[in-house]
Design a protein around this ligand. Structure first.
Ligand code: ATP
Ligand code: MG
Length: 577
């Protein structure tokens, strides 16, 4: 590939927001261009990288499923059948853009954000006997999601590329076998091959409300990642914050004398930080009480120590319910007698179940809402002001500094970017479509499913985030837009360095080694070499009058910066070694 043939050029400036290395480097390097917020065009160099990532992915996925290509326009009815038309909060739809178009077809379609609604009835059409299972299919396609905050360049877009694979099974056992022994190893192999293996961990995450099994996320350690990961030191156990079991950092005031209870007016003060400051007490002494309602209509008061948040997923597990939601302001008023912000566990109606987090145990003289607007109770003590709970639970979202309850070790925490995930779906989608099979015994049984995603454009963005230095990108060899970047330093095409360089280029290309040839002789040498660093191809070869007078060519390893002078023959040997 000749650099002068590529219309897209490197630039000095990018439109990237600060802190987004991938957007900045990929834009300046001429890999992508921001069309609008969350929507990018992939330029010739970027398309090459993306294609390489996706080709490697195809090779790995072909070992566990077969490739298909599904439509982006989906019928609304399919989404209504699963109940997700109303609930998926990033769903886009396509409608006619103008009156002319509407005149001949006024239909409305859902734009594909994920494809369970298409693939489930599709496989159902062909697979009805136990002999047809297990089976799995995948595709690599553009997805559309109305993300509220597209950010970090191509890490989170409104339009992005994803590989999605779906598997179908006759039993839970078979689904789990595929999940653990086919999908996860194929994912591990893929991340290894694209050069992210060392930095990518398998993290336990929420399975959603339809799955008993945790999902697994492939999280690449990356400062710009959106997920906080909790690692149990010395083990291979990693949790996404959303589900990390947690034991609060110890705050022990058990030696204090019990003080008399007081109800204090703190007008309009509702946040624990503000409250602690106002009362001149430690945040740990305060309590946050939230009133929630379960899907079964039960009211629950969840109490956590100040500084923590209630984790709805953990709370659901304690209550054995599917979902909880915050009670409305009206309900809070009716149940607690106070406006939102002053709820407390003392004196609530009998039908409200109070669930205490373990972080609230063992405290003396603590604070809680008084169930009176603007009032807070202080110096509350278990046994005296309120019955000591029989059991404390873990219903809070973990924080940095918390311990893993099982090992007692303080978590190591870091940010990760979710490059892929694997989910067990059980019979959630097959139930919606009435997808059953005839088993050996002649009985109809539900089909078990799994789904497995990898964001290929996000993988490209994460590669840029973790593989760069102050001069530019450092592509791992398997995904680099080319293996060799050749820079002839000459005034004219007739000059010896240009001819030698072109000869090298022709030989390498003939042998299947992709090269980028910088034929922009009118540009300064400095800017061309800076571009080579920015573009980040693993090996740079410079041919100049000076190198020709010496051994022949100068070879630089982009990653280490190591420079060697070699003859043309030695150079070829190095490339093929
Ligand atoms: P996230 O938590 O990051 O929103 P998700 O849970 O919505 O991801 P899935 O719907 O399972 O993820 O999508 C599969 C993969 O697609 C993700 O692991 C991620 O790599 C990628 N992905 C998801 N949303 C986006 C997006 N808006 N832009 C780019 N890639 C995305
Ligand atoms: Mg998402």
């Amino acid at each position: 590939m000749f650099l002068s043939h590529i219309f897209a050029k490197t630039t000095k400036e990018s439109s990237a927001e600060s802190g987004s290395a991938n957007a900045d480097l990929l834009e300046r390097g001429g890999f992508i261009h921001k069309t609008m917020a969350g929507v990018y065009s992939y330029l010739p160099l970027g398309t090459r990288v993306l294609r390489k990532i996706e080709d490697i992915l195809r090779e790995e996925m072909d070992t566990i499923g077969s490739e298909v290509f599904l439509p982006s326009l989906a019928p609304v009815e399919n989404w209504q059948k699963t109940g997700r038309f109303e609930t998926v909060n990033v769903l886009f739809q396509a409608t006619p853009a103008n009156a002319f178009s509407a005149k001949h077809n006024d239909a409305q379609y859902v734009l594909g954000s994920t494809h369970e609604e298409i693939i489930t009835p599709l496989v159902q059409r062909y697979c009805n006997s136990y002999q047809d299972f297990p089976t799995a299919a995948y595709q690599i396609q553009t997805k559309f999601r109305n993300e509220p905050r597209p950010k970090s360049g191509i890490l989170r877009g409104r339009e992005f590329r994803m590989k999605d694979l779906y598997s179908f099974h006759v039993s839970e056992e078979d689904m789990l076998d595929y999940f653990f022994h086919k999908a996860i190893p194929a994912y591990t192999a893929f991340f290894q091959r694209v050069g992210l293996g060392e930095k990518t961990d398998i993290v336990l995450a929420s399975g959603g409300d339809f799955s008993k099994e945790y999902s697994r996320e492939f999280q690449t350690r990356c400062e710009t990642g959106e997920d906080l990961i909790f690692h149990v030191p010395g083990s291979d156990v990693f949790y996404n914050r959303e589900i990390a079991p947690s034991k609060a950092r110890v705050w022990d005031n058990s030696s204090e004398e019990e003080k008399p209870r007081e109800d204090v007016v703190g007008k309009g003060i509702i946040g624990v930080e503000e409250l602690a400051e106002f009362m001149k007490i430690e945040v740990e002494r305060t309590s946050k009480t939230l009133l929630l309602e379960t899907d079964a209509g039960q009211f629950v008061a969840a109490v956590v120590r100040g500084g923590y948040d209630v984790n709805e997923e953990k709370l659901c597990k304690v209550l054995s319910c599917r979902s909880v939601r915050l009670a409305s302001a009206d309900v809070v008023k009716k149940v607690t007698g106070a406006e939102v912000g002053y709820a407390g566990p003392i004196g609530l109606p009998d039908d409200v179940r109070v669930v205490w987090d373990e972080s609230t145990a063992g405290r003396k003289n603590f604070e809680c809402g008084a169930n009176k607007t603007h009032e807070h109770s202080i110096n509350i003590n278990f046994g005296r002001d309120i019955e000591e709970p029989e059991q404390f639970y873990d219903i809070k979202t973990a924080k940095e500094g918390d311990c893993d309850p099982e090992s007692g070790k303080t978590y190591e925490t870091f940010y990760g970017s979710e490059v892929g995930n694997v989910f067990t779906l059980y019979t959630k989608f097959s139930d919606s479509f009435g997808f059953t099979f005839t088993d050996k015994d002649g009985k109809q049984k539900p089909v078990y499913m799994g789904c497995y995603g990898i964001g290929t454009t996000r993988v490209m963005g994460v590669l840029a985030e973790v593989c760069h230095d102050e001069h530019g990108l450092l592509w791992p060899e398997n995904v680099a837009p080319a293996r060799v970047h050749i820079v002839p330093i000459a005034k004219k095409e007739e000059d010896a360095p240009y001819k030698e360089a072109l000869d090298l280029y022709t030989q390498l290309e003939k042998k299947g080694v992709e090269c980028l040839f910088d034929d922009r002789l009118g540009d300064t040498v400095g800017s061309r070499l800076a571009d080579a660093d920015l573009i980040g191809i693993p090996l740079r070869i410079v041919v100049s009058e000076k190198t020709l007078k010496g051994k022949g060519v100068e070879v630089k390893e982009r990653k280490t910066g190591e420079v060697t002078l070699l003859s043309a023959k030695e150079c070829m040997q190095k490339i093929f070694s």
